[in-house]
Design a protein. Structure first.
Length: 306
């Protein structure tokens, strides 16, 4: 009997002795899923994704809006004000209550690092205001490093795990997933206040091309490299080294914004046996990284459904 009982945006999970148990999985748009992962039978199909707002000048856009990418790219080029916002706690409350009405008995809600956004706190507030148990997970990361944790929760539920166990699996997967990235400039991170320990690079912006990572939930410097070409080469080397340490090759998700060909070329260089995935950085993250970002999330292979 198939475990997956998808109705609306709900993931239904029933172990052999629990046919009526239904757990919903929720995340936010910072998970950066490629379309193929959330459509059809993709590994994140059925997950409820809460959009994160992007503000260009004083105009608010919803993540995923067709009208967003062009004005965002133009605003980044022109150096105009671009901001983001966490989803309102009331938005999460509405999502959780809708899932409850649709039959969810528990919810696992996995979000980007609390050191980068107030999103997880909004989710925690909403969790206290609904009657079903909500297991809120601070992924401690962002992008497809977060997305791999979401899929780990889905796969755990597919195998009959409890909601609490699925939440633990998500957190453990996120902690084992690396996120490395190259930015042509730290300017957007500085403007958005997300630069953290990488602030030490600011004094030599013209002299270095930084490689960054997310560690303990915050953006931190990884290496200082003198040229863009060497930075991208070094990123390749670090990704390949990480993948070769993973069981069965691992998976590398390549994020880009305005430089798809560059990301495609980097993805083509992953070692044999590893899986490469290409995904455009969501607007809520691109607003802080700027154009030309190349980020890579490296994780263990996805556990197949039971």
């Amino acid at each position: 009997m198939a475990w997956f009982d998808r109705r609306a945006e709900r993931i239904g999970v029933g172990g052999a002795g629990e046919p009526d148990t239904t757990t919903a999985v929720v995340t936010d748009s910072a998970a950066a899923f490629p379309q193929s992962w959330i459509a059809g039978d993709g590994p994140a199909a059925g997950v409820t994704i809460v959009p994160m707002p992007v503000i260009i000048d004083d105009r608010h856009y919803g993540e995923g809006a067709d009208s967003l990418l062009k004005p965002l790219s133009l605003a980044l080029v022109e150096g105009r004000e671009v901001r983001t916002s966490r989803p309102a706690p009331g938005h999460f409350q509405s999502v959780y209550r809708r899932l409850e009405r649709e039959g969810a008995s528990e919810i696992v809600s996995i979000h980007l690092s609390g050191k980068l956004s107030g999103t997880v706190e909004a989710a925690r507030w909403a969790a206290r205001s609904v009657s079903v148990p909500v297991h809120v997970v601070d992924s401690g990361t962002v992008g497809m490093a977060q997305g791999c944790g979401v899929v780990a929760a889905v796969r755990a539920l597919q195998g009959g795990a409890s909601a609490s166990r699925a939440a633990e699996r998500a957190a453990a997967t996120c902690s084992r997933t690396s996120l490395l990235f190259y930015l042509p400039s730290l300017d957007q991170l500085r403007r958005g206040g997300r630069i953290g320990a990488a602030a030490g690079f600011l004094g030599s912006l013209l002299a270095v091309k930084p490689l960054l990572t997310v560690r303990d939930g915050a953006i931190e410097p990884l290496e200082r490299v003198r040229t863009a070409a060497r930075a991208k080469q070094r990123l390749d080397e670090l990704v390949i080294e990480d993948l070769r340490r993973r069981p069965r090759g691992g998976i590398a998700a390549f994020h880009y914004f305005g430089n798809m060909a560059e990301a495609e070329a980097a993805a083509a260089r992953v070692p044999e046996g590893a899986e490469a995935v290409l995904t455009q950085l969501p607007a809520v993250l691109a607003a802080h990284t700027g154009l030309g970002v190349l980020a890579v999330a490296i994780s263990d292979p996805l556990v197949p459904p039971a």
